[in-house]
Design a protein around this ligand. Sequence first.
Ligand code: KMH
Ligand code: ZN
Length: 271
Amino acid sequence: MEKLIITAAICGAEVTKKDNPNLPITAEELAKEALKAEKAGASIIHLHVRDEDGNPTQNKEVFKKAMDKMEEYGVEAIIQPSTGGAAGMTWKERIQPIYLKPEMATLDCGTTNFGDEVFVNDLPLMRNFAKEMKKFDVLPELECFEVGHIYNALKLKKEDLLNKHLHFDLVLGVPGAMPASVKNLLFMVEHLPEDATWTAAGVGRHQLQLAYHTIIMGGHVRVGFEDNIFYTKGELAKSNAQLVKRIVRLSKEYGREIADPFEARQILGIS
Ligand code: KMH
Ligand code: ZN
């Protein structure tokens, strides 16, 4: 089986230090956390950034500061900035990290309920993101919160807006969106094109359950504070690295090796 790519979603846009005091926020904290997660086995860092008050921002300069720090600290993992940002942001705000020409970035593939909010991703907006990513040679990670989103992504492909390898991230368990269950994961995977690769991200207590099954099914795994702040019920995770390490142990026990950042680039066609 293909080696396992582990994504660490180290910060997110919604979690606060009140929820988990170990959440990294500043450029320095994000870089240290990314390095620790990489040393633990992560080969992609999914990145959101925060302003000085800890609120989510898509400001290019704030992303640059965090990414420069990561480079300074010797992070070799693929840095994957978010273009999702937080619900309510405009596409012009959200697109900014693309202008830093990262190797990879998320492209959200449809509108979804997101807790009390609506995370808007209509097709014209998706086309805007895809065009800019194509122009700046950025590999999109196609974020799908339900099965219809896979078909939105395939529509972009038909329109020749996705000219690279197809890599999906199946995010299950966002409140108001498709629940995280093994049955739903299997259902989603059945709709993917054969030559695509995919990652699964289970939200909250479902993170571990989906990871177990994903390892066996040949997908790739995303863990981290963005989706889940706990290690076990009632026990906050000490770091993103702690969550990554558990996935490494499980995968190795099963007999599936872990991809390093360079192997991850090969699998994703960006080396
Ligand atoms: N914060 C969510 C509303 C992404 O990174 O592309 C959107 C999100 C998806 O996190
Ligand atoms: Zn995100």
